[in-house]
Design a protein around this ligand. Structure first.
Ligand SMILES: O=C(O)CCC(=O)C(=O)O
Length: 340
């Protein structure tokens, strides 16, 4: 690539060759319809049983859902969005001080997905931050805009609480103990991708992010309220998930697919770009502890159901995931038991 990032302030009048997908891999935007029935789950509901039942249903049929009345403050979301925009508006030389293509770096600005592995790039820059424990990572985060650290820290704390609460509901919806998932995943890591998709001259030829599933346990996605771009795969068709005010989109990640013995699907999703407006999204990932041993939950195989996946450590999975390109075979396929 000529310049390392695409959020350089330069307006692109043509899509550079290295971003153009072969014909068969393009997003076919005209064939995408809106997802009319995205489950929207009210976490303010006083009946826990109802929340659990709705989440179970959403996980089985969609693999994702939106939540409202989720307990993350409006102010925390507003400040997060503000500092994220502020960061991407910084002069390019300033941002490039954080640039790295090394996925093992715990704070880095990067572009596309995995520049070292891929052949076609994606129309995205992203700031990737490790966020737990906060005391360890906050010192290395950007100090511009000046309120970045404080605002992102507050947001991370509130989002973590939400994610752990949702894991309890998911466990219960599988018929497991409330703390089952928490106990298996151990002291969970938390990562964040602040995604910035500049206006793109030819959105029909490329992606912000091509179809993928998330390698972690649970994703809590804050969508840009003003610019749509998230699409999910349902019954073989890509559907647009339009932003809903004050909601988060929750995705099941690969680890919960494995732990649920494949009952819940880690949803395939992608981000498309547009000609007119930049789009921002903030994905927060709850990740099992690197030493956590992931396997189908015992109670789910006690009736004689075969364990679809073999046991593995999250470290093994994560290294495999980042050693590959995003559009290869689903990483979880590599962890299937032979007979499944
Ligand atoms: O920008 C989006 O809506 C999706 C982001 C995403 O899938 C990711 O960061 O893994």
């Amino acid at each position: 690539m000529d310049t390392k990032v695409i959020s350089s302030g330069v307006k692109h009048s043509n899509l550079p060759e290295s971003y153009i997908r072969p014909e068969s891999e393009r997003p076919r935007l005209s064939e995408v319809s809106e997802c009319e029935d995205v489950p929207i789950i009210d976490l303010g509901c006083e009946k826990r049983g109802e929340i659990v039942q709705e989440i179970g249903e959403a996980c089985r049929t969609f693999g994702f859902f939106q939540v409202i009345n989720h307990g993350v403050g409006v102010e925390a979301v507003r400040e997060m969005t503000e500092v994220a925009h502020g960061f991407f508006k910084l002069p390019v030389e300033e941002k490039l001080k954080l640039y790295s293509e090394d996925p093992s770096k715990t704070t880095r600005l990067s572009t596309s997905f995995n520049v070292r592995k891929e052949t076609v790039h994606n129309w995205r820059d992203y700031l990737r931050l490790h966020c737990y424990p906060l005391d360890k990572y906050v010192p290395e985060w950007p100090s511009s805009p000046p309120s970045f650290k404080e605002s992102v820290k507050k947001y991370c704390e509130e989002v973590r609480e939400l994610g752990l609460r949702i894991q309890e509901y998911i466990g219960e919806s599988l018929g497991l103990e409330k703390d089952y998932i928490k106990n298996v995943l151990g002291e969970q890591g938390q990562h964040m991708a602040v995604n910035y998709y500049p206006p793109c001259p030819q959105p029909e030829l490329t992606y912000g992010l091509p179809g993928h599933t998330d390698p972690n346990a649970l994703t809590i996605l804050l969508q840009d309220l003003h610019v749509a771009g998230l699409q999910v795969l349902k019954d073989g068709k890509w559907l647009a998930v339009n932003p809903h005010p004050n909601a988060f989109v929750i995705n099941i990640g690969d680890q919960l697919q494995a732990l649920s013995n494949g009952l819940y699907k880690s949803v395939w999703h992608r981000a498309v770009v547009n000609v007119d407006k930049p789009r921002l999204s903030v994905a927060s990932f709850l990740c099992p502890n690197v030493e956590a041993l992931i396997s189908p939950a015992k109670p789910l195989t006690e009736d004689g159901s075969e364990a679809v996946y073999r046991g593995y450590t999250y470290a093994e999975y994560y290294n495999k995931f980042w050693s590959r390109n995003l559009d290869q075979e689903h990483c979880l396929e590599l962890f299937k038991n032979k007979r499944s």
